[in-house]
Design a protein. Structure first.
Length: 163
């Protein structure tokens, strides 16, 4: 098997595993995953673009699969998945500054999901409060769980190597 095919296969396997793990964790912790006040524990995985570009499609597909069961329906399926794709892409671009890698999911989700909850579901708070609440949950997931996970995984960085 040539090296290019091996790399593509490894990329696809990594993306599929990340997608599956993200979806399973989100669904397993559904009461925490789907609400205005949420800490989506699976968002800790948003640090994975630091290690591999395969995390970008993996997180997008994982969010899409998890959002199929969201009580917020089509807006969450579209906007939530899109937020994951944007955040993962930005996290990958920030990988040279490891302490910033968890920041895009915090900001992107605060803005997009806060907007979605406010405009589509008429939560009884001002838009900025909806964004702040979503952002606070993201901070817990991404920096409280995700950043320590990233530091731990750095010890085993070789498993993400696509070369």
């Amino acid at each position: 098997m040539n090296n290019s095919r091996t790399m593509k296969t490894k990329f696809m396997i990594q993306a599929a595993i990340i997608a599956a793990v993200y979806a399973v964790i989100t669904i397993a912790f559904a009461p925490l995953s789907y609400s205005l006040i949420q800490v989506r524990i699976s968002e800790a995985l948003t640090v994975l673009p630091y290690f591999t570009p395969a995390a970008i499609p993996g997180l997008f597909v994982g969010a899409f699969m998890a959002n199929l069961l969201s009580p917020y329906g089509l807006p969450d399926l579209i906007l939530g998945s899109l937020a994951s794709l944007i955040a993962a892409t930005l996290s990958y671009k920030l990988r040279s500054k490891q302490y910033l890698v968890p920041m895009p999911p915090v900001i992107v989700n605060a803005v997009i999901i806060g907007f979605m909850l406010y405009f589509f579901y008429s939560f009884p708070f001002p838009l900025i409060v909806c964004m702040a609440i979503v952002g606070a949950g993201q901070l817990v997931a991404c920096y409280g769980i995700g950043y320590p996970l990233m530091l731990l995984l750095k010890r085993y960085k070789k498993i993400f190597d696509l070369s």
